[in-house]
Design a protein around this ligand. Sequence first.
Ligand code: F6P
Length: 357
Amino acid sequence: MRIGILNSGGDCPGLNAVIHGVVGAASKLGWEVIGFRDGFEGLLPPGDYQVLDPEDTVGILKLGGTILGTTNKGHFAAKMGEGTKAEIAEKVIEKAKRTMKQLEIRALIVVGGDGSLSTALQLFKAGFPVIGVPKTIDNDLQATAMTFGFDSAVSCVVDAMDRLHTTAVSHKRVMVVEVMGRNAGWIALWGGIAGGANVILMPEIEFSLDKVATHIKEREAKGNHSSMVIVAEGARTPEGDLVTQENEEGAEVRLGGIGEFVASELAKRTGKDTRACTLGHLQRGGAPTSLDRILGARFGVKAVKLAEEGRFGRMVSYQSYHVSSASIEKAVHKLRLVDPESEVVAAARAIGICLGD
Ligand code: F6P
């Protein structure tokens, strides 16, 4: 028996832990694992891959990135987001099928987020024996309570907040920190609560800059001369616009710049010295946290189990501290956003965090 694994989309701390879990569990069954390079692109004939023996995965659990490489571009790229569908050309699918047949791959484990799992679903419908593993720092996949990589991104945000806090206090400044997460505010919300933010701005909650400015001025009046504002890259301006950057033609829109915008508007409205800091890809790089190592390894083991049981079209899912599975269909095409009425949002408000509304 031979199975394949590929990572697709943006990289994410914990990818190597999944590979470690898959190779470990598969070798116990006497199966061979083929790792396709650079996402689905590795499936194109003649196939770009490497055989993954247990020795190849020694020591990779703790490494960031992925030993297999990944891409969010190429022949199989599906746009992410609400209501999007992967539409991979038939010719490309046929080519990938040929490679699968030639290599006698009996199960293909796809480790990806919404876009990559949409592609995986299309391949499954075209007859590929696909198993999904939910990956994204954005934590925005349906059908799982958590994706691996999210905890590492949040821990990077918290570390940055701790550092920025001391300089903000020293200079009596307002510090605006822009974080990733695309159209979901999970990283901003969790990073903001854990990092001691005074203001959190997210795509899910419309904000008013005047209200944020009033909150900062009220803090000032009480003797708190510095404030920490965290803003998700996908938060819209009060006019409802997304702040974006140039990206290659046909590629997913690139978010970024809202931090600078919010900082300059707050400077005008509060008269305070204000600085913006964009954390960017720091949030995706580096070693995974212990939680992401454990999640990754468990997700990899579960993916092999699903393959053993022939439960194709399923995605590994994390629910109530248990690793189970859900259909890939249920996980994609609709993002899991922060519920403004949820307990965690209420908790943020209860501890005095301003959400700008
Ligand atoms: O989806 C993960 C993510 O890191 C988003 O949070 C971010 O908007 C995007 O990928 C960045 O993508 P790229 O690496 O192509 O700049």
